[in-house]
Design a protein around this ligand. Structure first.
Ligand code: UDP
Ligand code: MG
Length: 330
């Protein structure tokens, strides 16, 4: 049985050594019956990450390095890693060791002995995060799970184990907008869960600023729900209903009391409010239209520049790229 450890690396030169020493030590000790491959995706790093990874691959036949042509972002890097991975089970894990590899043996046990296709790693608490990050993450899950067709389990990241079946399904999904958490949840299958406590980064700093996180959240919601598009019908209907009632009140009070023109304030606020509501509605249309546009271009999710390492020969997939899967794809 082969297990693939899939890791995206973006400017992680300081973390690589700690990553490999902790993982190889642990896996050799706890799972001697399994073969491993480390699929390391270099997501267009600008530091020495690629160089160090290539040296690793040269020294250790289990390490394969996928060099992307530029920085495509974590979701695309992970997608690339999943396409290249050949294991019977695949475990995506971050390079910075924030996901403790110590729970991998338990994940493997649930998969191998109890037949689960997906073993999720769930963060037992987020005390290592700032208040703002915790609050925004919680709001995202609440909103998303209220409106999305498949709920995303809370506090569950990309760290998980997936059987070959599941990975094949994910690789065959033709969509270009890849919100991996959502895709992982969408595929379903029998799921188990292991809890862990998220640690601090071993080295380097987070690659996500607030703006990137916000965009990731938008990506997630628009990828799995059309509720924001549809809600405007109801908002519009409600406002129109209220406006009608207000009109009636105005007519009646004018007939009875013979009131004259005052009402500048209410007029202005109604106009401004409606203008704002319409712009929000158009903006949301734009979010979806933009994504539809990108999706119709059918551009690949990532471009592989080269694959290093002694997998079987013939791995000249350079510049193949593309939404993975191949099968039946145009
Ligand atoms: N990462 C990547 N491409 C990017 C940003 C991040 O491949 O554009 C990788 C990064 O090297 C790490 C993982 O994604 O292995 C998680 O990133 P990070 O630790 O910065 O995110 P956080 O843990 O703060 O959510
Ligand atoms: Mg991290």
């Amino acid at each position: 049985m082969l297990l693939s450890i899939v890791t995206p690396f973006y400017n992680e030169e300081e973390a690589i050594d700690a990553f490999f020493s902790r993982l190889t030590g642990l896996l050799d000790r706890t799972l001697p019956a399994y073969d491993f491959e480390f699929v390391c995706v270099d997501d267009g790093s600008r530091d020495r990450t690629l160089e160090i990874l290539k040296a690793r691959a040269a020294a250790d036949a289990r390490v394969r390095v996928v060099e992307l042509a530029r920085n495509f972002g974590k979701e695309a890097a992970l997608t690339a890693g999943l396409t290249v991975a050949r294991g019977d089970a695949v475990i995506p894990i971050d390079a910075d060791l924030q996901d403790p590899p110590e729970i991998i043996p338990e994940m493997v046990r649930l998969w191998a002995d109890e037949g689960y296709d997906v073993v999720e790693a769930r963060r037992a608490d987020r005390s290592s995060d700032t208040w703002l990050k915790r609050f925004s993450a919680e709001s995202f899950y609440k909103l998303n799970n209220a409106i999305a067709e498949t709920p995303i389990p809370e506090n569950t990241g990309d760290f998980r184990l997936m059987s070959r079946r599941v990975v094949d399904v994910i690789n065959a999904l033709p969509e270009r907008q890849r919100f991996m958490k959502g895709i992982f949840a969408w595929v379903g299958f029998r799921r188990a869960r292991v809890e862990f406590v998220r640690e601090q980064r071993v080295a380097g700093s987070t690659k996500w600023n607030k703006w990137r996180l916000w965009n990731l959240a938008l990506e997630g919601i628009t990828s799995f729900s059309t509720w924001p598009l549809r809600v405007w019908t109801y908002v519009g209907a409600a406002i129109a209903g209220l406006a009608f009632l207000y009109g009636l009140i105005l007519i009646v009070s004018t007939l009875i009391g013979g009131r004259s023109v005052p009402g500048y304030a209410s007029l202005m606020s109604a106009i401004l409010f409606m203008g704002g509501v319409q712009l929000i509605g158009i903006g949301i249309l734009g979010e979806y239209l933009g994504r539809t546009y990108l999706e119709t271009k059918q551009r690949p999710v990532f471009v592989i520049r080269e694959i290093y390492g002694r997998g079987e020969g013939g791995q000249q997939e350079a510049a193949h790229g593309g939404a993975p899967g191949g099968a039946g794809q145009t």
